[in-house]
Structures are given as structure tokens and as C-alpha cells.
Write a protein that binds this ligand. Structure first.
Ligand SMILES: Cc1ncc(COP(=O)(O)O)c(C=O)c1O
Length: 383
């Protein structure tokens, strides 16, 4: 079978047998480092990276080896038993986040659900406050604190009473929090909204409101965490100490995994939470390998982000490490298409914001190539 046939075969099966919840027209069949190949064999620099997932690049040899070695030994055993690598990973996650205890999940949405459950069960309060344009997942619980009307409205009523406050508006936030608010959940940089970076004083203000009212601060680092912004957590660019942090996406280089990590005194007790698959041996092995690969890369991330910033300066990019947003507007899909034609994959987040979240291993030469292609695409489409 020729490469050229693969996409159409995938499409045919997809059209007939897969629920049409995604909009797609391209197959990605192979990846190595920052490069992926489509169904026709065409090569691209991948600035989507599975939406901030493939942090160590595609198929990093250390991650592949960790997965294969563990798969030969034991793929699954259940959380009824001590699980190989799980404790070691929990220790590592606690160390890098500066929090006290971890609990694993299979996705970001599940990590959000777990964080909301933990907040409710420990505070005995019912309500939540979240922010406009915020995204925390698509399970019923995480959707309840996700703002996007198109994602939530068809499924209302959602179980958790949630008040949405304008992202950045501390005065409104103060008025919204009351004695029955269990937690405020916030992204330190809004990813799905298009890389919206708030002032540090906004995040500091949330902490102050939480302290004054006995409300928990849940920081959703699903997209911003695991080194994406040059520190393990984006909140670590500030002095804020969150109560609960959620992680997923880049935590295991694409092997499905998430985590919630909480400060001293906040933990699930027996029977309060659980999962068949979460924190399985292969996922934990993949995550430990991921962390080992990322550790020496962290000091480079901010510099790489600045290289993007300089190259794209005339488009006023919003840059925090390797999380980059550019306001493009209605023509964003055209820019995305033009970039793909020239061998660079980018994606449009909400409101016409071009988003770049490349693998953290991306090289300077690759960054320069991406910058050239985006510059060309924006120049052509926006003229
Ligand atoms: C900030 C944030 N939280 C939670 C999620 C949900 O993660 P998942 O898709 O793994 O359920 C996402 C996904 O985009 C996200 O960006």
C-alpha cells in the first residue's frame, strides 16, 4: 500500500464507524523528536505536539524504553496492590511541585474532577468559582467549571454550582466567594482560550481571597505544567502556594496520565476516590522517564521561548516559555493551513488565537524554521 492511500482509508473508517465529535482532515502516522509525518509521508515540524502533550518530543528513546521495559514486566495489576513505579513517581511529583501528596488519574479532566471532589470532601462546602474562557475538561464534573458555552450548555444542568467570574477581575471575584465556596479553580495561563497570560497580581489576589475566606485555590496546570513555561509549574513563576495542583498532558510524553497534588492536610481517605487504571505501572514508568528527560532541559525553555518572541515580535506574541499565543482573528484557520502547506503544524485555539506549544526538545534551527514559515503565512493571509 502506498503512503498516499493511508489518509483516505483512515477517513473512510472514521466517517463510517467513529462518532463525528472531532473535525479533522489529516492523519499523523509517525513522529520523532519535533518532527511528524502525515499519511502521505510529508514531514512537518510539530508545534501542536498533541496539544502540549509530547513534551519530550515524539517517541523519545528513553520514554520508549521505559514503556517497553515495563510492558515486558507487568502492564497492569490494579490499585488493590502496591504498583511498580507509582510511589517513586508520587515522590518525584511531590518534590517538583513542592506539595505534599499526589494521586494519579488517566487524563486532565479526571484530575480536575478529583481536585473538585477533594475540595468538597475536605472543606464540606458546596460551591465553586471559575473563570470566563477557562477550560478544565469534558467530564460532567470538570465541565461544570469549564466556561465555554458551546461545550457546557448542551449538557446542563451540570452538578456543581459554579459562578463564572471574568478572568482578571478581582473585585468581582471577592463578591462571588462566600462561606459555602469550596474552591476557586484557575489556570495560571489560559491555554484553550489562546494563551492568555494574567498579571501576577491577579493570581496573588486569588490566594489572598482564598486565605481570607478559607476557600481552597486549585491551580489547573494541565496545560501549563511539567516544564512548559520553563518551570515545573507556571505558578512557580510567582511566590503563590496553591492548595491543589492538577497535571496531565506533558506528564508522561503522551502516555495517558494525569495527577492531582495537594498541600499538607489535604488528602483522600480510604474509599473516597479511586480508579482502575490510574497510576498504572506503564504510565508511571513513562512519567518517570519523561521527568528525567525534561529536568536538564528546563533552564533552556525560557530562552527558546524568547527566540520565538524575537522572531515573531512584529505580531506581538504572548510568550511564557514554550507556550505562545498570537492574536490572528477570523483568518486563523487560513494561517494554520498555510503553515501546514509549508511543513509546520500549528493550531487555532479560541477566538482566533494561534497557539504554539511545541515539544520542549525543539531545536534552535527548528524554531527559526517555524518562525520563517509563520511569518510567511501571516504575511500572506493577513495582507
Ligand atoms: C487547562 C486544562 N485543564 C484540563 C484539560 C482537560 O484535559 P484532558 O483533555 O486530558 O481531559 C485541558 C485540556 O485541554 C486543559 O487545557
Amino acid at each position: 500500500m502506498k503512503n498516499a492511500d493511508i489518509t483516505s482509508i483512515y477517513k473512510e473508517l472514521d466517517d463510517q464507524y467513529f462518532m463525528p465529535a472531532f473535525s479533522r482532515n489529516m492523519a499523523i502516522v509517525r513522529g520523532k523528536g519535533s518532527i511528524v509525518w502525515d499519511g502521505t509521508g510529508k514531514e512537518y515540524i510539530d508545534c501542536v505536539a498533541g496539544i502540549a502533550v509530547c513534551s519530550t518530543g515524539h517517541c523519545h528513546p528513553a520514554v520508549v524504553k521505559a514503556i517497553c521495559d515495563q510492558a515486558h514486566e507487568l502492564i497492569h495489576c490494579s490499585n488493590l496492590y502496591y504498583v511498580p513505579h507509582q510511589g517513586e513517581l508520587a515522590k518525584k511529583i511531590v518534590e517538583i511541585t513542592g506539595l505534599k501528596k499526589a494521586f494519579f488519574s488517566n487524563s486532565g479532566a479526571e484530575a480536575s474532577d478529583g481536585a473538585l471532589k477533594l475540595a468538597r470532601v475536605r472543606t464540606k462546602k458546596k460551591k465553586f468559582v471559575a473563570f470566563t474562557h477557562g477550560f478544565h475538561g469534558r467530564t460532567i464534573g470538570s465541565l461544570a467549571v469549564t466556561h465555554k458555552p458551546a461545550a457546557r450548555e448542551p449538557f446542563e444542568p451540570l452538578g456543581l454550582p459554579t459562578t463564572f467570574i471574568e478572568y482578571g477581575n478581582l473585585d468581582a471575584l471577592k463578591k462571588a466567594v462566600d462561606d459555602d465556596t469550596a474552591a476557586i479553580i484557575v489556570e495560571p495561563i489560559q491555554g484553550e482560550a489562546g494563551v492568555i497570560i494574567p498579571r501576577d497580581s491577579f493570581l496573588e489576589g486569588i490566594r489572598e481571597i482564598c486565605d481570607a475566606t478559607g476557600t481552597l485555590m486549585i491551580v489547573d496546570e494541565v496545560q501549563t505544567g511539567m516544564g512548559r513555561t520553563g518551570k515545573w509549574l507556571a505558578i512557580q513563576h510567582t511566590k503563590i502556594e496553591p492548595d491543589i495542583v492538577t497535571l496531565a498532558k506533558g506528564i508522561a510524553s503522551g502516555f495517558p496520565m494525569g495527577a492531582l497534588v495537594a498541600r499538607d492536610g489535604l488528602e483522600f481517605t480510604k474509599g473516597e476516590h479511586g480508579s482502575t487504571f490510574a497510576g498504572g505501572p506503564v504510565a508511571c514508568a513513562a512519567s518517570l522517564a519523561t521527568i528525567s528527560v525534561l529536568e536538564p532541559l528546563l533552564p533552556e525553555i525560557v530562552r527558546k521561548g524568547e527566540r520565538f518572541r524575537q522572531g515573531l515580535a512584529k505580531y506581538h506574541p504572548r510568550v511564557r516559555g514554550l507556550m505562545i499565543g498570537i492574536t490572528v482573528g477570523d483568518k486563523c484557520p487560513d494561517v494554520q493551513k498555510e503553515c501546514a502547506e509549508h511543513g509546520v503544524i500549528v493550531n487555532c485555539a479560541a477566538d482566533g488565537n494561534l497557539r504554539l506549544v511545541p515539544p520542549l526538545v525543539i531545536s534552535d534551527a527548528e524554531i527559526d524554521c517555524v518562525v520563517k514559515v509563520i511569518d510567511g503565512a501571516l504575511g500572506k493571509v493577513m495582507l
